[in-house]
Design a binder for this molecule. Sequence first.
Ligand code: GLC
Length: 556
Amino acid sequence: MRRGWWQDAIFYQIYVRSFADGDGDGVGDLGGVLKRLPHVRDLGADAIWLTPFYRSPMVDAGYDVADPRDVDPVFGTLVDADRVFERAHDLGLKVVVDVVPNHTSHESAWFAAALAAAPGSVERSRYLFRDGRGPNGAEPPNNWLSQFGGPAWTRITEPDGAFGQWYLHLYTPAQPDLNWRNLEVRSEYLSILRFWLDRGVDGFRIDVAHGLVKALGLPDVPDGVPQGWAGRLGHRLPYWDQPEVHDVYRTWRRLLDSYAGPDARIAIAEAWLPEPARLAAYTRPDELHQAFNFPYLLAGWDPDRLREVIDETLHAAGSGGVAPTRATASGGAAPNWVLGNHDVARAVTRFGGGRVGVARARAAALLELALPGSVYLYQGDELGLPEVEDLAAEVRRDPVFLRSGGRLPGRDGCRVPIPWAGHAPPFDFSAGGAPWLPQPASWAELTVEAQERDPDSTLALYRAALRIRRTHPALGVNSTSPWPTWVDGLPAGVLAFTREPGFACAVNLTDGPVSVPVPTGELLLASAPVGPVAGDRLVVPSDTTVWWSSDGRVSG
Ligand code: GLC
């Protein structure tokens, strides 16, 4: 049976505003993507995911879409988008684009029409307009809070000048939520998907995929249940993960399947849900292909939690403890692993920062790349970039920062433009203006150019890992017995597993060096210098992962 291309793919996330600037205005764009695509190919990735480049007032960095069928001038034109798709395909890279169905921009034609129309109109019914509570309707319709701080409702002024209805926005007021119980909304998004499928994209990353359908009656959240940024995970809230959302994705899957040629067109859910089992509902055979493995991202550098999430992930993907059924090109779930994206602090910093953070991020990369399934890499993680934590308040743009009055740092620190070459900012990110967020001078050591010269660099490690993953019979697309077997009996804090034929991976998450048993064989790759090999034992330093090639026997 043929395996779907996405099931073992390395997806490289291109955050367009921060990848490369082609026109010299300091903001990354599609021209920059076009120029730098060979970097992604040289890394050894299989696909790119492009964050939104659609027409937008950029209140939420493009996740506030005013026209989902056009490119924002800051990023280029539709012709530029076509060129990127074509060039990526020429380089052997699949193309995934974002789709933002939970909300539009307040500057979209639909929202303008809704504001101009009367309460109860067809135009308003595309969104979630409600009368307020209390005297004169002056209180919001319920107690829901925005992810970005403050109430999730904003009151409008009616066309006649009177205080009017309220509309729901789970994010900023510039992002009104759509009403997914409205059939016109559903057919509009099918048409948007068709628009991009017809231009040749291979798939979609679905923004806020678990949020589209709200509980009927929009009930209050019980007192004491965290909401907003603090409530992104954990609790069942009336706006997350409602059963009816799955009907939407069944329809989307039928559309995607109708476009499948020799290769499937796919969709990936962004759903911040705490348990792999709940995420798995999004990847039932007639729904989406993948849902980002955020439980893995959130597991931290904790051996017990990592092992637990890995087991839960593999179990949810269908093993149930036995070898899974391999899926066909158009069906079946596959596990995936995520360590970063444009919404979370960079892995190096999450893992402790400094040398320790870099060591752990390198070790974590080799761990995830040794597991079965696909991997989503966030641009710059292959360079070991840290979070930029000291951005001045004046340069920060993220509404999480702005709307919390600076109480929450927000997400700008992981969105600082990529350092490509040279000794000083803008490090060839832009040929002209200053980058939209300033780059630290210390990134001179972390440029692609500098790391290409250094065989021990994080970039060199990623390239080697992806090369081995492509060729080793137990890894990636080559693997025929894809489920890892844990090696037990090792010191607490060491995670080790084997994959057949002849591959072993060991991760030392303890504070000191550990001597681990190894079978006859050879070291394939290590995230830091290891050794010596003494007899059948290998010394693995703290915060280090090793890949070992063996004849299949692992002692110990
Ligand atoms: C998703 C995006 C994030 C955006 C939010 C609202 O979580 O990844 O960047 O702010 O949706 O669209």
